[in-house]
Design a protein around this ligand. Structure first.
Ligand SMILES: Nc1ncnc2c1ncn2[C@@H]1O[C@H](COP(=O)(O)OP(=O)(O)O)[C@@H](O)[C@H]1O
Ligand SMILES: [Mg+2]
Length: 478
């Protein structure tokens, strides 16, 4: 590993010499400058991780240099060094983002610890920035699959809310409809994205514990409170707190939550003063909070407050052929994870998927695909390994619509409407192959009747014949 570069900027040659030797001894790679100007050049060309910056130099102020470093490289660790400490300088330096302040004569032990801690902190910060960026991509609205009207409407609202100043949001939807996913997309799609997203399941923690978990406590607030503890609200400062299963929140805590939402302030358990708070609360419930409150199980005032911005997640069975888009998405996911090469669903599986009510919603669908892909050996998913529940469901079929079935799976699947219009995926896919796969399916579905197959595809019989010929040619060369 290359040694970490540290820039020394001081006009006294003796000090530079001492520091260079010390830094080398500690395993760093020191570079030095005697003026602000030279320091600036080296900072630019060498990109050191840390700077030891003298405050008073003949050609300018170290504080100004500090500000410049921090604007160019916010993660740089700048340690200020000064002969006679003046309060104003200290304040200015810390405001300017200095990591620490060290006075001359320099105590080398102290400096060594400060540098080590500073570099460590900066490394962690860089990691956090990278992770946040990755997460922001992972939980992007674009990753949410759904082109049904119900989903488009829901996503339109969710995006609007993300960009808004709304301090609370209520997500309502059955289990597995994507409440977690939407909560994260709202957070990472908002101006709060650089601050924490913290999630807690209200049903998982008993009431008394939950209170100090959420609001923190002062030392001695109760017998076990040996030290002050920061609550989740505080930890989420500037960001988003996701309260899952809000319907399970104890009545006393509901009142406290309402106060936080209305006043933007909170109090630690055992605390005497209110602390200001800037956190967006996203609450989620898989029960109908309105009827819960009307039945007296949930505070009506809190429900009214939360429902100012309410987003309802449609159940999967109301999302039309999104179920097939999702199936194809999970097939490509599990292809990667399980090193398989499943290419799609057999037509009868498609029909079953469309008919089945999916009480466990997207989560259930994902589990079904995972199960089948572990067990299935053929290229296309058949009914062989489908869970019983799916097969025995005997509800009437929905009206016929033509859809991408046995086709190569791309990361975003492809659909075709009854008029034969393509909905193209973003990533590449062999158009011809897809086209021919549609032709095959249409022929299968029409029981070999060319007129009917052409109708299904929305093309003329001649066009169909031309394509059938192509299939024959391909089969001949195979
Ligand atoms: N529209 C969607 N697109 C892609 N994945 C989804 C979608 N909706 C849900 N999922 C996935 O389904 C699973 C269940 O979603 P989740 O957000 O945990 O549901 P809930 O919190 O409502 O129970 C998760 O793995 C989630 O990533
Ligand atoms: Mg959930």
């Amino acid at each position: 590993m290359p040694k970490e570069k540290i820039l020394i900027v001081d006009d006294e040659p003796n000090i530079r010499l001492t520091l260079v030797e010390a830094l080398q001894g500690w395993g760093y790679d020191p570079i030095e400058a005697g003026t602000i100007a030279a320091g600036r050049d080296l900072f630019e060309s060498e990109q050191p991780l840390a700077v030891l910056q003298d405050v008073n130099l003949p050609d300018g102020s170290g504080i100004d240099a500090l500000r410049e470093y921090k604007t160019r490289q916010p993660q740089a660790v700048v340690i200020m060094i000064t002969g006679n400490v003046q309060l104003e300088d200290t304040i200015a330096a810390l405001r300017g983002g200095a990591y620490d302040f060290i006075s001359k004569p320099i105590r080398l032990n102290e400096l060594q610890v400060t540098i080590r801690n500073g570099l460590e902190a900066s490394k962690l910060r860089r990691e956090v920035v990278t992770l946040r960026r990755e997460r922001a991509q992972q939980f992007n609205f674009d990753q949410i699959i759904g082109q049904s009207f119900a989903m488009m409407e829901m996503l339109r609202l969710a995006k609007k809310v993300a960009a808004s100043e709304a301090s609370s949001v209520l997500l309502q939807g059955a289990s597995g409809t994507g409440k977690d996913l939407i909560a994260k997309a709202i957070h990472y799609g908002s101006s709060r994205a650089d601050h924490p997203f913290i999630a807690i399941n209200c049903a998982a923690i008993p009431g008394t514990l939950l209170e100090s978990e959420l609001f923190g406590h002062e030392r001695g607030a109760f017998t076990d409170a040996k030290a002050r503890k920061e609550g989740l609200f505080e930890q989420a400062q500037g960001g988003t707190l996701f309260l899952d299963e809000i319907g399970e929140l104890e009545v006393g805590l509901q009142a406290k939550l309402l106060r936080v939402l209305e006043e933007g302030k909170f109090r630690r358990v055992g605390g005497l003063k209110d602390l200001p708070l800037d956190v967006r609360v996203i609450a989620a419930s898989n029960r109908d909070l309105k009827s819960e409150s009307e039945a007296g199980h949930f505070r009506l005032d809190l429900y009214y407050r939360l429902s100012v911005i309410q987003i309802d997640l449609p159940p999967l069975c109301d999302r039309g052929d999104d179920v097939l888009l999702l199936a194809n998405y999970y097939i490509s996911q599990f292809n990667q994870r399980l090193r398989k090469r499943v290419r799609g669903l057999e037509p009868d599986v498609i029909e079953i998927f469309r008919r089945y009510p999916w009480p466990g919603n997207v989560r259930e669908l994902r589990n079904v695909i995972e199960r089948v892909m572990i067990l299935e050996d053929s290229d296309f998913i058949t009914t062989a390994w489908l869970p019983r529940d799916l097969i025995k469901d005997e509800r009437p079929k929905p009206k016929e619509e033509f859809y991408a079935a046995a086709m190569p799976v791309a990361s975003v699947p492809l659909a075709i409407s009854p008029q034969g219009r393509f909905v193209l995926p973003e990533s590449g896919i062999e158009l011809e192959e897809v086209e021919l796969s549609f032709v095959r399916q249409a022929m299968e579905r029409s029981g070999g009747n060319q007129t009917r197959a052409a109708e299904l595809l929305g093309i003329s019989r001649d066009q169909l014949r031309y394509r059938l010929k192509k299939i024959e040619d391909i089969q001949a060369t195979d």
